[in-house]
Design a protein around this ligand. Structure first.
Ligand SMILES: [Zn+2]
Length: 193
């Protein structure tokens, strides 16, 4: 059995410390550079059992900064490759999930959360707006779409949201106008692509 190791990536409440618009007595010390206080990023943990593969407990909005400060989380091999293999979400609040928006760039990882939290993500237009859309010709895109469509833990409705509906909603696309294009591409949820 490996030893469980945790890195406290951040320990501040929502907004971090000092908060961007706060002049309370404590934040004022931070703004003044007082050595008695230290800036802190928002609460998040990174955990590993083998020192190689890491699990994040929540993805705070400060995640990019937290990764840059934690050598254990630096990309290690190949052109792309992160030791972050999974993210456990304890809820769907912005302080728990906003960091997911920074974990893009074609890096697969597992999200562990309750069904309610996963549904909240699937319903959020921001998760899908940057997905390589089904008509994309980026290498391997269609393989990824096939994986998603064949994943029993992702419903057909959620697949459609992630691949299409979320982006259409975010950019207020007129689906009636797009329909001929959709028909031409032949996208069908649940179908093998
Ligand atoms: Zn304050």
């Amino acid at each position: 059995m490996g030893r469980l190791t945790a890195i406290v990536l951040g320990s501040a409440a929502g907004g971090g410390f000092p908060q961007w618009n706060c002049r309370c007595p404590v934040c004022r010390l931070a703004w003044a550079g007082d050595v008695r206080v230290r800036s802190r990023t928002q609460a998040s943990l990174a955990v590993t059992g083998d020192g190689e593969n890491w699990v994040l407990i929540n993805a705070s909005p400060d995640l990019p900064q937290q990764i840059r400060r934690s050598k254990a989380l630096y990309p290690r091999s190949g052109t792309r490759g992160s030791p972050i293999k999974a993210v456990v979400l304890t809820g769907a609040e912005i302080d728990q999930v906003a960091g997911l928006l920074s974990l893009r760039e074609r890096e697969p990882f597992t999200i562990c959360a309750t069904a309610a939290t996963l549904a909240a993500l699937a319903d959020n237009a921001m998760f899908g707006a940057d997905y390589p859309h089904f008509e994309s010709v980026v290498p391997n895109t269609m393989d990824k779409v096939a994986d998603l469509a064949g994943d029993p833990s992702v419903t057909d409705a959620d697949t459609r949201k992630i691949l299409f509906d979320n982006a259409a909603k975010l950019y207020t696309f007129d689906l009636a106008v797009l329909q001929p294009h959709i028909d031409r591409v032949g996208f069908e949820v649940g179908a093998k692509v």
